[in-house]
Design a protein around this ligand. Structure first.
Ligand code: HEM
Length: 484
C-alpha cells in the first residue's frame, strides 16, 4: 500500500486498524485524545483517519515548520463534506483550496472587509451593542436573577456580526434569536463532525445517509441559505446611495453588480453568500467562546478577577462605560485574555490543512495530499513549555514577548502564516470591549450554593470547542456605585 511504502521515512504513530485506521482512537474530543497519543509518539505524529493520511503536529518548533518554513506547501485545505456544502462549493475564503481564487478573495478581505479602517468604522456598533448588553445585565442585577453567560455572549457577538455584515440586528427579522443561534451552532457542529464521506471517499456517503448526518447537514445549509437570501434581497431593495453606512453585504453586492472577476470566476450571488458564511461561522462563535471561557476562569480565580477589575476601575474612573479609547491602558486585561486563549483556543486543531508537495519535516517524509492538523490546544498545555500549565496565571505573560498574532508558535489561537485568521483585530476588538465592560460594571458571584471549584470546565465537541455546561453567574452592582 502507498502509505506503508518502506522507502519513505514516515513519522511515527499508533498502528492503524484495517479500513478505519486510527479513527477509533479519536474519542469525542479528538484534540485531547490526539494530545495523549502524541505524548507517546512525538510532536510529529502520523495517523490514518479512515483512508486519509494525517500528520498531527504538537510542538511550537514543528508548528513553525508547517506554518512558516513550509507554509507554501501546507496552505491548502482538504475538500470535506461539510466544508463543500457550507462554502457553496468552495467559493469562500476559509475552506477553498489554495489557488488564484483564494489569493484574490483573501486579499480583498484583508484590504476591504477586515481592514483597520473598516473595523474603526464599526466602533459605534460595538459600543452600542455592549452598552445594551450591560443594560440588560443591570436588570438581572436589580432583580437578583443569575445569568446564562454563554447565551448572553453568543447573543452579543451575533448582534454585532449581523450589524457589521448585514447592517442591522437580526432581532425582529423572521430569524429570531433562538433560531439563528441554533443555525450557527449546527453549522459549526457539522463542520466539526467527522463524517464518514471525509474518511472513506468511495463509500462513506452511504454511511452518512444512514446515520442521518447528510440530511442534518442539508437542513442546516438550507436554513442558513434562506437567511442570506433574505438579507441580500433586503439590501437590493433598499437601494442605498450613501456610502457611509455601507455594510459588508453592500460591498459584496457591489462586486457582483460590477461583474467583478476573481481569477476568472465571475463574482455572483453564491460568492456573496459563501463569504457571509465565513464571517458568520468564523466570527460569532469564536469571540463568544473566548468571552465565555474567560469569565469561567475568572469565576474560578476570584483574585485574578479582582485584579482585573481594579485595573479597569482605576483607569476608567467614574465613567459609566469603558470605551475603545480606554482599552490600550488595560495591560492586565490583555494578559488575562492571552492566558485564556492559551488554555481555551476556540479552534483547538486550527482548520485542517492539506499539503501540496513533498517535503521533509524533521527528517520525515511528508507526502502531497496529506492532511495536517496543528494541536494548538495541546501546545497551550504542554508542561515542558508552561509552568503549572493547568493553572490560570495571567502574570506568566508579564514581560513575555509572546502574543497571538502568528509569530509565536507557543500561542496559536489564531493560527499563523498564509491561512492564519485575517480578522484578529476584528475579533479582539469585540472581546476586549465586552470583557472590560462586564468587569467594570458588575461584581460577579457564583449562583447560590456553588463554590469556585464547582465551575465546570468540561468541553463539548465541534470545530470550535464550547463549554459543555453553560456558565451561570450572578451580577451584582459594585458597592462603590450609588446610581443603581
Ligand atoms: C476570537 C476570535 C477568533 C479566533 C480565535 C479565530 C481563529 C481562527 C483560526 C484558528 C483560523 C484558522 C487559521 C489556520 O488555519 O491557520 C481562522 C481562520 C479564519 N478566520 Fe478567524 N478567528 C476569530 C475571529 C474571526 C472573525 C471575527 C472573522 C470574520 C469576521 C474570522 C474569519 C476567519 C476567516 C475568513 C478565516 C480563514 C482564513 C483562510 O483560510 O485564509 N475570524 N480564524
Amino acid at each position: 500500500k502507498k502509505f506503508n511504502d518502506k522507502k519513505k521515512n514516515l513519522p511515527p504513530g499508533p498502528p492503524p486498524l484495517p479500513i478505519i485506521g486510527n479513527l477509533h482512537q479519536l474519542g469525542h474530543l479528538p484534540h485531547q485524545s490526539l494530545w495523549k497519543l502524541s505524548q507517546q509518539y512525538g510532536p510529529v505524529m502520523f495517523v490514518h483517519l479512515g483512508g486519509i493520511p494525517t500528520v498531527i503536529v504538537s510542538s511550537p518548533s514543528a508548528a513553525r515548520e508547517i506554518l512558516r518554513t513550509h507554509d507554501l506547501n501546507c496552505c491548502s485545505r482538504p475538500r470535506l463534506l461539510g466544508t463543500g456544502r457550507l462554502s457553496y462549493d468552495y467559493l469562500d475564503i476559509a475552506f477553498v483550496e489554495y489557488g488564484d481564487y483564494w489569493k484574490e478573495v483573501r486579499k480583498i478581505s484583508v484590504l476591504e472587509l477586515f481592514s483597520a479602517k473598516r473595523i474603526e468604522s464599526f466602533r459605534y456598533v460595538r459600543e452600542e451593542e455592549v452598552d445594551s448588553m450591560i443594560d440588560s445585565i443591570a436588570k438581572s442585577a436589580n432583580s437578583g436573577t443569575p445569568i446564562n453567560m454563554s447565551e448572553r455572549f453568543m447573543a452579543l457577538t451575533a448582534d454585532i456580526t449581523c450589524r457589521v455584515a448585514f447592517g442591522k440586528a437580526f432581532q425582529g427579522t423572521k430569524f429570531d434569536d433562538g433560531r439563528l443561534m441554533h443555525m450557527v451552532h449546527e453549522g459549526l457542529t457539522m463542520l466539526g463532525s467527522f463524517s464518514a464521506s471525509d474518511f472513506f471517499p468511495r463509500f462513506g456517503w452511504i454511511v452518512d445517509r444512514l446515520t442521518g448526518l447528510h440530511s442534518r447537514m442539508e437542513e442546516t445549509f438550507r436554513n442558513l441559505d434562506a437567511f442570506y437570501q433574505q438579507v441580500i434581497e433586503e439590501h437590493r431593495n433598499a437601494n442605498k446611495s450613501n456610502e457611509e453606512n455601507e455594510d459588508i453585504v453592500d460591498l459584496l453586492l457591489k462586486m457582483e453588480r460590477d461583474q467583478t472577476e476573481i481569477a476568472t470566476i465571475r463574482f455572483k450571488e453564491d460568492n456573496v453568500k459563501a463569504i457571509l458564511m465565513d464571517i458568520f461561522l468564523g466570527g460569532v462563535d469564536t469571540a463568544a467562546l473566548t468571552l465565555d471561557w474567560t469569565m469561567a476562569e475568572l469565576a474560578r480565580n476570584p483574585k485574578v478577577m479582582r485584579k482585573a477589575q481594579e485595573e479597569i476601575r482605576s483607569c476608567v474612573g467614574n465613567k459609566k462605560q469603558v470605551v475603545e479609547d480606554d482599552l490600550h491602558k488595560l495591560k492586565y486585561l490583555k494578559l488575562v485574555l492571552k492566558e485564556s486563549m492559551r488554555l481555551h483556543p476556540p479552534s483547538v486543531l486550527l482548520i485542517p490543512r492539506e499539503t501540496m508537495g513533498h517535503f521533509k519535516l524533521f527528517g520525515y517524509d511528508i507526502e502531497p495530499k496529506t492532511r495536517v492538523q496543528v494541536n494548538v490546544w495541546g501546545i497551550g498545555r504542554d508542561p515542558s513549555l508552561w509552568e503549572r500549565p493547568e493553572e490560570f496565571v495571567p502574570e506568566r505573560f508579564e514581560d513575555s514577548p509572546i502574543d497571538y498574532k502568528g509569530n509565536h508558535f507557543e500561542l496559536l489561537t489564531f493560527g499563523a502564516g498564509r491561512r492564519g485568521c485575517p480578522a484578529i483585530l476584528m475579533g479582539m476588538a469585540v472581546v476586549e470591549l465586552a470583557l472590560a465592560n462586564v468587569l467594570h460594571s458588575f461584581d460577579w458571584e457564583l449562583p447560590e450554593g456553588m463554590k469556585e471549584g464547582d465551575v465546570s470546565m468540561e468541553e463539548g465537541p465541534g470545530l470550535t470547542v464550547f463549554k459543555k455546561v453553560p456558565l451561570t453567574l450572578m451580577p451584582v452592582r459594585p458597592s462603590h456605585e450609588t446610581n443603581v
